[in-house]
Design a protein around this ligand. Structure first.
Ligand code: GLA
Length: 384
C-alpha cells in the first residue's frame, strides 16, 4: 500500500477524523557493524521501505493504536498508559509514548494508524522505523519539533528501556536523519555526521537470506557483553579506553593475551571495523568504489570470522555474489545471525545481478530469497 492517500482513507474510514501523515524509513548499513555501542563509526543509508503513520486527535481520553499489517487495534487510557512491554507490536509505539511522557510531554488522546513495508526480522530496522514514525507523529500532533538527533535518542531509549532490546543508536539515527541519495557517516560518540553522496552509477541491492534475525535474542546481547569485557580489560592498562572506539590494534597486541579468546576476536572486529568504516566513507566521498568494495568485503570476513555473527546462508549469499558482473562489494548488513546482505552494484548491471543472485541462492540453499534494488531515501518526515 505504500500510498499515503490510501493510508489517509483507511484512517478516515476507521476513525472518522482527518489525520496528519508521517513516514520514517528502514535502513541498510553499508559498513560499521556492532560499532555503534562502542562509540565508533557506522555508515548506513535510509531505504525506500518505511513505516507510515496517520494520526488524529480524539476526545474520549483514549490512545488507540491500529496496525494495518496485523489488522489489530489496541486502546489505552492516555493518562494510564502501560509501563511495561508485552512482546506485542504495540510495545514499540507504547515505548515511545512512555519515554515522551517521562520527558514531560503530556500525551494527548489520539488515534494512530501504522502501516509499514520494512521486512520484519530482516535486519533492515523495522522496529526503528515504527518508533521514529510514532515519535514524529505524536510530536507533530503536539505541535512540537524535536531535532532529528534528539528524536533518535528518545526512540533508542524506547527500545532500550521499554522494549528491552539493548541496541545502539544507528538504526533510530538514520531513520530520523537519512537523506535522499546519501549514505551517512555517523560518529556514535558525539552524534556528529557527514552525508556522503551515493554516485549515480551505484545501486544498492539488498538480498534477504530469509533467515530471521532478532536483536532481542541472546546473541546480540552476548556479543555486546564480550565487546564490553574486552574493553574493561584493556582499560586496566590504559584507563583512557572508555569504549573500544578508544582502543587500537596495538593495544590488542600488547594485552590481548589477558582477554578470553572469543572476546579478543570480537574486539578485533570492532577495532578494525571502525577504521574500515572511516576509510570506506572517504572512498565513497572520493568516488573510489573499488576501495569501498574491498573494505566491504574485508568487513564481511571480519564479521563472519572474528565477530561470528554471520550464518551459512549469509556467507553463501555473499560468496555467490562475488563473480557476478557489476559487483563492487557485498556483506552481511545489520545486527547479524541472518537477515540481509547489502550489495553495492554498478547500476547498469543491477537488474541482472539481482536475478542471477536469486537463482544461484535458490539453487545453493533451496530457499527463495527476496532481492530488492533500493535507493537511499529521506529520513523521517511529514507527508503533507
Ligand atoms: C542492530 C542494532 C544497532 C547496531 C546493529 C549492528 O541493528 O539495533 O544498534 O548495533 O545491530 O551494527
Amino acid at each position: 500500500m505504500k500510498d499515503p492517500a490510501a493510508l489517509r482513507t483507511l484512517h478516515e474510514n476507521r476513525f472518522h477524523a482527518v489525520p496528519q501523515i508521517f513516514a520514517a524509513p528502514g535502513r541498510v548499513n553499508l559498513i560499521g557493524e556492532h560499532t555503534d555501542y562502542a562509540e565508533g563509526f557506522v555508515m548506513p543509508a535510509a531505504i525506500d521501505f518505511a513505516t507510515l503513520t496517520a494520526i488524529s486527535p480524539r476526545d474520549d481520553g483514549q490512545v488507540v493504536l491500529y496496525a494495518e499489517n496485523f489488522g489489530e487495534e489496541r486502546s489505552f487510557p492516555a493518562n494510564a498508559l502501560p509501563t511495561s512491554p508485552t512482546s506485542h507490536w504495540s510495545d514499540y509505539p507504547l515505548g515511545v509514548l512512555s519515554i515522551l511522557a517521562g520527558e514531560g510531554y503530556a500525551i494527548p488522546a489520539f488515534s494512530l494508524t501504522l502501516w509499514g513495508d520494512v521486512p520484519l526480522g530482516a535486519g533492515l530496522s523495522s522496529s526503528a522505523a515504527v518508533e521514529v514514525a510514532t515519535a514524529i507523529a505524536v510530536t507533530g500532533l503536539l505541535g512540537v519539533t524535536i531535532p532529528g538527533p534528539q528524536l533518535a535518542l528518545l526512540c533508542q531509549r524506547a527500545e532500550n528501556e521499554f522494549v528491552g532490546a539493548n541496541c545502539g543508536i544507528m538504526d533510530q539515527f538514520i531513520s530520523a536523519n537519512g537523506a535522499v541519495d546519501h549514505a551517512l557517516l555517523l560518529d556514535c560518540r558525539d552524534l556528529s555526521y557527514t552525508l556522503a553522496p551515493i554516485p549515480e552509477e551505484m545501486a544498492l541491492v539488498i538480498a534477504n537470506t530469509m533467515v530471521k534475525h532478532a536483536i532481542t535474542g541472546g546473541e546480540y546481547g552476548s556479543r555486546r557483553a564480550e565487546v564490553e569485557e574486552a574493553c574493561r580489560i584493556l582499560a586496566t592498562h590504559r584507563p583512557e579506553i572508555k569504549f573500544l572506539r578508544d582502543a587500537t590494534v596495538a593495544d590488542l597486541e600488547a594485552w590481548g593475551h589477558e582477554i578470553p579468546p572469543d572476546a579478543l576476536k570480537r574486539a578485533r572486529h570492532v577495532i578494525t571495523e571502525n577504521q574500515r568504516t572511516v576509510d570506506a566513507a572517504k572512498a565513497l566521498m572520493q568516488g573510489d568504489l573499488p576501495t569501498l568494495g574491498r573494505l566491504m568485503h574485508e568487513a564481511h570476513i571480519s564479521y563472519s570470522k572474528d565477530f561470528e555473527a554471520s550464518c551459512v546462508e549469509a556467507d553463501t549469499m555473499v560468496e555467490l555474489a562475488q563473480d557476478l558482473p557489476g559487483l563492487i562489494g557485498a556483506r552481511l548488513t545489520g545486527g547479524g545471525f541472518g537477515g540481509c546482505t547489502v550489495n553495492v552494484v554498478e547500476k547498469a548491471h543491477a537488474t541482472e545481478f539481482a536475478a542471477s543472485l536469486a537463482s544461484r541462492y535458490k539453487q545453493a540453499t533451496g530457499i527463495d530469497p527476496q532481492i530488492f534494488i533500493c535507493h537511499a531515501s529521506a529520513g523521517a518526515h511529514r507527508i503533507s
